[in-house]
Design a protein around this ligand. Sequence first.
Ligand SMILES: *Cc1c(COP(=O)(O)O)cnc(C)c1O
Length: 481
Amino acid sequence: MASLDPDDWTTFRALGHRMMDDMIDRLAHARDTKVWTPLPDPVRQAFHAGLPHHGLGAEAAYAAFTARIAPYASGNTSPRFMGWVQGGGNPVGMLAELLAGGLNENCGGRDHVGLAVERQVIAWSAAMLGLPVSTGGLLVTGSSIANFIALLCARRRHLGTTVRHAGLAGAPLVGYAQAGVHRCIPGAFDMAGLGTEALRRIPVDAAYRIDLAALEATIVADRASGLDPFLLIGTAGAVDVGAIDDLTALAALAARHNLWFHVDAAFGALVALSPTRCHLIAGIERADSVAFDFHKWAQVQYDSGCILVRDQQWMLDTFAQQASYLTTTTRGLAGGAPWPCDLGPDLSRGFRALKVWMTLQAYGSDRLGTIVDDSCALAQRLATLIDTTPGLSRLAPVPLNIVCFRYDDGGTDLDAFNEALVADLQIAGDFVPSTTTIGGKRAIRVALVNHRTTSTDIDALVEAVLAAAYHRRDGSPHSSL
Ligand SMILES: *Cc1c(COP(=O)(O)O)cnc(C)c1O
């Protein structure tokens, strides 16, 4: 057998050390480089080369990485990356990825330490949110799949075991969430065979929280018309403005109407660790299931999402399968049941848990809670700056870490203008905000998630937006307003 291991470990070790130094340097200088650099055409072209039948060696592969990959990353390690809701990663998490790669664990099942680590991360997560010890869970790619798994558990509970062999068989299931629900929720209804129309999108109130009266009226009307309500989804940290539904009220409503109560807390779950804002997600401890991400506000490397289900038995009832070559035993490596492959859809699974576990071990949950508080304080600072700066107009309340605003000099082209402004900032490499639409108006959306961002970055962002706006309007320096 021609092993893939190097003939000369000494040379390989030197290369490994160089890679490590380069990546540590990169993090140490996360503030000093452009946030994002668009991929130049020749570089893009180079990625159309065919399958390499003959390898060039590790040195050449790393040279290609240094020249053609590293300079063009998306930039979310930068303190000035404020687009969408993306975590900045952390140094310990980076090294943990190396360690996990070294062990190369398959965490689909069997009795080994990777599963013990993952179970501890799940137990910590449940404790963080106030869920009981019966809680089961898995680390998955992200909240998109976590929300999908929750929907499947809710469907299985509602329809019984029949759904696993007979399918939906025309059952008229309907579920509920607020109008600002993340795109992956209708996506989950689609993938589960319910169809996106089975998701009822309930209007929000002035604070962008689900309108409870409209919700209850819709449930009652649906049931009266022969539909079968089965699932209520609360949102903790809505994508557009960061609003958190009244989860206590939703838990009571779900109990009253016999609905599975799921919370999409993709980034909002971390508010549980905030000393000043944890009250905002009160009620999450009553959820039947929660989806959230470690790769966003918890700063763990991508990808690391998490699904928690209040009673692990529902995961087993939904996903467990019999296969003779996967039979569990009480002795040997085939022990340790139940296995993760019986709690969710994946069989082979990487050691995702290690980077989460090491991040929590190294920094502690209090430190993450402080980051949540700091992000929210930066959002308040930005909101105040916008409110006191002529030419800038805030478009939504700021309950958490997201600020929606736009440049507004009374022009008639403000939607297109602000869209172009955001692209200008991104292409210049100075800042990466993103955009959304609030009340029909195109907005600049700033989501403060990165642990490296400081008040200096916030002040500089406002300056940069104004400078870019004046430049785009007439090239005059920024001071004319
Ligand atoms: C990010 C996000 C998701 C999707 O999570 P992924 O990790 O990107 O799959 C779902 N819901 C909300 C509210 C989000 O912010």
